[in-house]
Design a protein around this ligand. Structure first.
Ligand code: FAQ
Length: 315
C-alpha cells in the first residue's frame, strides 16, 4: 500500500473515532508528536510533586497531611502511567528521563513557582488541578488508545485533588482575617500562572492544528482556557475572594467571561528555564535520579537473577 493510501486510511480511522493502538500503522509525525506531549505530561506530574512535597511535613493537621501525602503519591502514579503509555510508542523510559534531566524536554511552567504558605497548597489543588482536569477530560477522548485510557483514571484522581484544594481554600476563606488574606494572596500569585498552563494562544501554538486534525487534542488552548475561567470565577465568588484581573467581566453577548491579557513574556521566560524555581526543580530531580541509582541497579540485578533461575529450571 502506498504511503498516501496508508495516511488516508489512518485519517479515516481518526475521523470515525476508532482508537489508534500501539501496533497500528501511524504517520511518523503522529508518533513523534504523541511522544513529545505524553512524555512532557509525565515529566510535569513528577516535577509537580516538588512544590507540594515542600509542605507535607508542615501540614497543619494530621487529616491534611494524610490527604496531601495521598495526592502527591497519586502524582507519582500519574507520571508512571504516562511514561508507560509513551513507551508503547517506541521510546524507552531512560531516554525520556535523560531528555528531562538534560533540559531538552519541557514540563509544565506552573511547577516553577514557589509554595510560600499553606494557602498555596489550597490554591494548587483548586486552580492547578482544576486547570489540569479541564485539559485532561478532553484527553480521555484523545485518539491514541493507551493515552486515552490512562487519562480516565487520572481524571478521577485529579477530581479528588481539586476538591481537597478547594476545601482548604474554603476553610481559610471562612477563617480569621489573616487566614482569609493568606487565601487571597495565594489566589493573587497562582491565578495568572494557572491560565498559562493551557499554553500559548492559538495563534502562536505550533502543534495545535496538527494535533486537532489527528484528534490528539480535542479542544484548543484558548478554548480550554476560556472554559476554565468560566467555571472558576463563580467558585472564587463563592469563596468571597477576588480574582486579580481588573478586566474580568461577564460578556452577555459571548456567554463567557472576558479576561485580561496574559503576560506572555513571563510565560516564555519560565518555559525557557528562567522562572523563579526552574533551577531548584531540576536540581532536585537530578539529585533524586542519582540517589535512586542503587534502586535501579538492584532491580536489574534481581531481574537478571530471576531470568537465570528460570532458564536453569527450563533446561
Ligand atoms: N509549560 O504548540 P503548543 C498537572 C510548550 S499536569 C511549559 O501549544 P501543545 C497535574 C509546548 O510543549 C500539567 N511548556 O503545544 C498536576 C511546546 O513546546 P515543544 C501538564 C508549554 O503541546 C497538578 C510549545 O510550548 N499537563 O498539572 C506550556 O499543542 C498538580 C508550543 O505550545 C499536560 O501536559 C506550559 N504551560 O499544547 C501535577 C497535559 N504550554 O514541545 C501536580 C497534556 C505549551 O514544541 C500538581 N499536554 N508549552 O518544545 C497538553 O495538552 C499540551 O501539551 C499543552 C500544550 C496544552 C500543554
Amino acid at each position: 500500500m502506498s504511503r498516501e493510501e496508508l495516511e488516508k486510511r489512518f485519517q479515516e480511522k481518526i475521523d470515525a473515532e476508532i482508537k489508534i493502538e500501539p501496533k497500528d500503522w501511524m504517520p511518523e509525525r503522529y508518533r513523534r508528536n504523541l511522544i513529545r506531549q505524553i512524555s512532557q505530561h509525565a515529566h510535569s506530574e513528577v516535577v509537580g510533586m516538588l512544590p507540594e512535597g515542600n509542605w507535607i511535613t508542615r501540614a497543619p493537621t494530621l487529616r491534611r497531611k494524610v490527604a496531601l501525602l495521598a495526592k502527591v503519591q497519586d502524582e507519582a502514579g500519574h507520571g508512571l502511567y504516562l511514561y508507560s503509555a509513551a513507551e508503547t510508542l517506541g521510546i524507552s523510559r531512560e531516554e525520556m528521563i535523560e531528555q528531562l534531566l538534560s533540559g531538552k524536554a519541557k514540563y509544565s511552567s506552573i511547577f516553577n513557582y514557589p509554595t510560600l504558605t499553606w494557602a498555596d497548597i489550597g490554591a494548587i489543588g483548586w486552580l492547578v488541578d482544576g486547570a489540569a482536569i479541564m485539559n485532561q477530560v478532553m484527553l480521555t477522548r484523545t485518539s491514541y488508545g493507551p493515552y486515552a485510557r490512562a487519562m480516565v483514571r487520572i481524571c478521577k484522581e485529579e477530581s479528588f485533588h481539586q476538591r481537597q484544594g478547594y476545601e482548604i481554600m474554603l476553610t481559610l476563606a471562612r477563617g480569621t482575617e489573616v487566614q482569609r488574606q493568606m487565601a487571597q494572596d495565594a489566589l493573587n500569585r497562582w491565578w495568572w500562572p494557572a491560565l498559562m498552563m493551557f499554553g500559548p494562544s492559538d495563534k502562536d501554538s505550533v502543534h495545535t492544528a496538527e494535533s486537532m486534525k489527528w484528534k490528539i487534542k480535542r479542544k484548543t488552548n484558548d478554548e480550554l482556557r476560556q472554559q476554565f475561567v468560566d467555571v472558576t470565577v463563580p467558585q472564587a465568588e463563592y469563596l468571597g475572594l477576588t480574582i486579580p484581573d481588573p478586566d474580568l467581566k461577564w460578556n452577555e453577548a459571548r456567554g463567557h467571561y472576558d479576561f485580561g491579557e496574559i503576560d506572555w513574556e513571563e510565560f516564555w521566560r519560565v518555559v525557557k528555564g528562567n522562572g523563579p524555581c526552574n533551577h531548584l526543580r531540576m536540581k532536585a530531580r537530578r539529585e533524586a535520579h542519582e540517589k535512586g541509582a542503587w534502586v535501579r541497579e538492584a532491580a536489574l540485578a534481581y531481574a537478571e537473577k530471576r531470568r537465570q533461575r528460570q532458564q536453569q529450571k527450563a533446561s
